[in-house]
Write a protein that binds this ligand. Structure first.
Ligand code: CA
Length: 227
């Protein structure tokens, strides 16, 4: 995934320098040289992170940050500032900035902050996407499954079957429902295949004598539950 960074900095040379550094790190960069243009770019380009100079013509970086937050944007905002007085930091934080870099700064420091914020963003995103049940977690995006923090390797069908059950915990599904959803309506074959896959899944999920989570509901089908 290519991250998109918005840079609003009125010193053209500095803006160009930061842009080149960010681009060489593999980021996509949009630049504005004043606050108003910055605000327009935020709306148009939907950045993943913003680097805003504090002192800008038109609209200050702090005001820009405040307006950005007012629209509901939660992207990380790093303020560049020559003012390092504590009162100014508070003003910036009140406006919703996440971080500060005080001018003059080393580009490595700025890049490190950018990386840290984007990493946190990715982690939060991955985490937010995960389905959880008891000590089990499954991420549909990365297709990772963990039980009590231990990674579990699943085949594609095992994963799909578990994901289906985890999307609807405690709900009882018939074999026909599972077949239609996980194997597709055009599946031709024996519905006993589900017993086989449930057995595989249980073996993997209960490797360390953990509690059974996929239960057989006699005469009906299967459900994910704690007992
Ligand atoms: Ca400035």
């Amino acid at each position: 995934m290519t991250f998109h960074i918005l840079l609003v900095e009125d010193e053209a040379k500095l803006a160009r320098f930061i842009e080149l550094e960010l681009t060489s790190e593999g980021y996509q960069v949009s630049i504005a040289h004043d606050g108003i243009a910055g605000l327009t770019l935020v709306r148009e380009s939907d950045p993943d992170l913003a680097i805003l100079d504090w002192m800008l013509p038109g609209l200050t970086g702090v005001e820009l940050c405040r307006r950005l937050r007012a629209t509901g944007s939660k992207i990380p905002v790093i303020l560049l500032t020559a003012k390092d007085e504590i009162s100014d930091r508070v003003t910036g934080l009140d406006a919703g900035a996440d971080d500060y870099v005080v001018k003059p700064f080393s580009i490595e420091e700025l890049l490190a902050r950018v990386r840290a914020h984007l990493r946190r963003l990715e982690e939060e995103k991955a985490d937010g996407d995960s389905l959880r049940f008891a000590d089990l977690s499954l991420n549909p995006r990365t297709r990772e499954v963990f039980r009590n923090q231990r990674a579990i390797e699943l085949t594609a069908k095992e994963f799909d079957l578990l994901a289906y059950l985890m999307e609807n915990p405690r709900q009882v599904f018939t074999k026909e429902q599972i077949l239609a959803r996980v194997w597709g309506y055009d599946f031709v074959g024996d519905s006993n295949i589900i017993e086989v896959y449930v057995r595989y899944l249980r073996i993997k999920l209960e490797e360390n004598q953990q509690k059974r989570l996929i239960h057989t509901v006699r005469g009906v089908g299967y459900a994910l539950r704690c007992n």
